[in-house]
Structures are given as C-alpha cells and as structure tokens.
Design a protein around this ligand. Structure first.
Ligand code: NIG
Ligand code: FE
Length: 389
C-alpha cells in the first residue's frame, strides 16, 4: 500500500533545494510514501497514481519536529511550585528532589502511562522524534528502570543519573559520582544511547561532570550537557571539549562560550519553555546564529521547569522572544534537533528517509509563529502511518 500526499501548497524539505535557503521549499508539490519511507517528491502535476491519497488542498507540509530534549519519566505534579514562581519565587532546581521522591514511589505501569500520555501529546503536536532522559530515579535500580521504560517509546534515550545529588548522598557527593560512574552506568548501558550531566552550581561542577561524561563516552555513549542554564559556568566549554553532540539551555553565555561553539560541531539547543515557565530571561539565539553556531529548539518537557510538550509553542517563543526568524525557528525545531541527535534520517524530507511529517492547517510554516497557540497540526505521519489526531 502506498500513499500520495497531493496538492501541497508549501513543502518544507530542509534539503536546501528550492526556495527559502536551508528550508528547501517546494511549491505545488506532491510526496509519495512507500513502506514507511518517502519514495518520491515532485511537482503535483507529475504525481504518480497511488493506493491512497491525501489531498493537502494547498496547505503546508513540513518534516516532523525533532524534540531532542525531554524528561518524560517521572511521577507527581509541581503545579504549586509553578504558582509560587509566578508569585515571585526564583527557580533553583531544588524541586527536582520532589519529583525524585514521587518517581521512586511509583510503580512501572504508572511511569509507563505518563511517558505514553506525554509521547502521544507530543506526537499530536507534530513531534515524530523525541529524546527521553532518565534523571528522576537517581538510584541504580530507578535509573535503569526509567531508561528501560523510555526505550519502549524512543531509540533516543539519555542516562541523566547526574541530574542532582540525591538526598541520601547530600553530604558525600564524591561517593555519588562514584556510583554514577560505576554501578549506575553499568545498569544504564543496555538502555541508553546518550549520557548527560546537569553541570550547574547546586548540581555538578566541571570536574565531576567531566569525570562522568568521560567514563560514559568511553563506554560508548554519546555526550550531551545541561549547560549555562541558571548562570554562567563551565558546561558549554566542557561539552565542546568532549565533542558533545549538543549543549542544552545556553541561557548565560560568555563570548568565549559562543566562540567555542562556533568553532565546533556541537549544537546549541535552546529550551524557551524553561525560560517561559521559570520567568527568566530568554537565551539570545540571534547572537549564536550570527556567530555561525548551529541552533536547535526543544521543549525540555519536565514537571518542574517546562511542562510543555509543544514544539509549535517553542517555535513561537523563539521567534517572539529570542530574535529568530520563523524560518530559522522551524529549521531549528526540525533539522536542528536532528543534528543535536546526530541523525541524518530525521528532520528532513527526501527519498529514502522515514516518512515523518506534519500537514498544517495553514498555507505556510510561517503560521506556526504568526498564529501562536492555535492547533495548526492537522495530520501527522510517523513512519508513513497517519496518527490519530
Ligand atoms: O532541564 N535543569 C535541570 N533539569 C531540568 C529541570 C528539572 C526539574 O526542575 O524537575 C531542566 O530544566
Ligand atoms: Fe532538561
């Protein structure tokens, strides 16, 4: 069974071929899906016959969003903490321990239900690829089960045993780092593709972060870092030094941080949902783009600092608050996320890649920022299969 999407008004391919620079826009196009992959793209007037046909009726089609940063394995709710912030309390990351306690107390099915609900919610909003981190277990068994559950939903799983030092290790952080580097890493390895550290004052310093990331890298995991979120710090330069695929947050950057990123292959992943939800100044995407840094956008979906699964919301914030054009933001939310996960087969539409795409209820990708908060994702295909909307 093949499937033709016909009468596409504006097709964003991210191939660089066509209009719109890197977005590679084709107009009046059609796209054929066969065996879950894009089989053909061309002018609608040359569209081949197919078993099934979706008439896009002049609407826009774009690659599925690649949400390269999400913390979906958790239990509990921190709505009261959010309300306190909106009444003036600062965000410190201290609430992470509340979620750790709730997550440890939850059984596997409860965690699985939460991940499934949020994964489905993200898919409805056009995210066809999602990364999922551990980091609310912080014991050998709870980190391993968080990752095992995450593998049921995505191949992009990240071991974040170094999220914070859990309470039982509060007065011996070196011992916790030893646990993360030894037994916890060994238990995580069968289920993890990436390793991440929250490198920040109050979490892990540069020496601890380097020790953890280096041992994870030697064990075959790719490196990502939570860096420079709450203040200036060593995380970004450490990530670049270790060849991280991505350094995430990048809210407080020095000129040296920006230079280091510009001379590297490391992607700067910006998470505007976190600044929205912590009422903090947004990262300066314009400064990074003007320096030649590759920028990605992701949700950071988690119950504390950013409880949104919506990539369209992040695109709109990035355009309004971070100096990005709509084209730059849509590229960052699709192809940029794919670079942050070192994926060549995601965030792009060309023959041979999985047919992961969204049909918008709008004539152009511009509407994602122009019409914020409006549910514009009308149909999602994942591996060529239409998802329930
Ligand atoms: O990426 N910054 C560290 N971790 C998460 C927040 C987690 C939480 O507050 O529960 C983040 O923003
Ligand atoms: Fe995060």
């Amino acid at each position: 069974m093949n499937l033709l999407i016909d009468n596409i008004g504006e097709l964003v391919t991210n191939t660089g071929i066509g209009e719109g620079g890197p977005l590679g826009i084709r107009r009046k196009a059609a796209l054929l899906v066969e065996e879950g992959e894009v089989a053909w793209i061309g002018p609608a007037r040359y569209a081949p016959a197919a078993d099934r046909r979706i008439d896009a009726d002049g609407r826009a089609v774009l690659p599925g969003f690649v949400d390269s940063h999400a913390h979906l394995v958790f239990a509990g709710d921190r709505g009261a903490e959010f309300a306190a912030r909106m009444a003036g309390e600062p965000y410190t990351g201290g609430g992470i321990r509340t979620t750790v306690a709730a997550t440890r107390a939850a059984d596997d099915d409860r965690l699985r239900d939460t991940v499934g609900r949020l994964r489905a919610e993200a898919m409805r909003q056009g995210s066809t690829t999602i990364e999922i981190k551990s980091g609310y277990g912080l014991s050998v068994a709870d980190e391993a089960r968080s990752l095992r559950i995450a593998t049921e939903f995505t191949p992009e799983t990240t071991f974040l045993g170094a999220h914070v030092v859990p309470p039982e290790y509060a007065d011996r952080p070196d011992d916790y780092v030893g646990l993360v580097c030894g037994p916890m890493l060994r238990a995580a390895l069968p289920y993890a593709k990436w390793i991440d550290v929250f490198c920040e004052r109050g979490a892990f310093d540069a020496d601890h972060a380097r020790a953890i990331l280096t041992v994870g890298q030697a064990a075959g995991l790719g490196v990502r870092v939570h860096a420079n979120q709450l203040g200036p710090g060593p995380g970004v330069q450490l990530g670049v030094e270790l060849g991280a695929a991505s350094v995430d947050h990048c809210t407080h950057l020095s000129d040296l941080d920006v230079d280091a990123l510009a001379m590297s292959e490391t992607v700067a992943t910006l998470l505007p949902g976190a600044e929205f939800s912590t009422r903090s100044p947004y990262p300066d995407a314009r400064r990074l783009l003007d320096a030649g840094v590759t920028v990605a956008l992701a949700t950071d979906c988690n119950p504390g600092s950013s409880y949104t699964s919506s990539m369209p919301f992040c695109v709109a914030l990035a355009v309004r608050e971070m100096g990005m054009t709509p084209a730059e933001a849509v590229w960052a939310a699709t192809a940029g996320g794919a670079r942050a996960l070192r994926r060549l087969d995601a965030g792009v539409l060309r023959p041979g890649v999985p047919a992961d795409l969204s049909i918008l209820d709008a004539p152009s990708f511009l509407h994602l920022a122009y019409r914020p908060g409006v549910p514009l994702i009308s149909q999602v295909l994942h591996n060529g299969v239409p998802q329930c909307q």
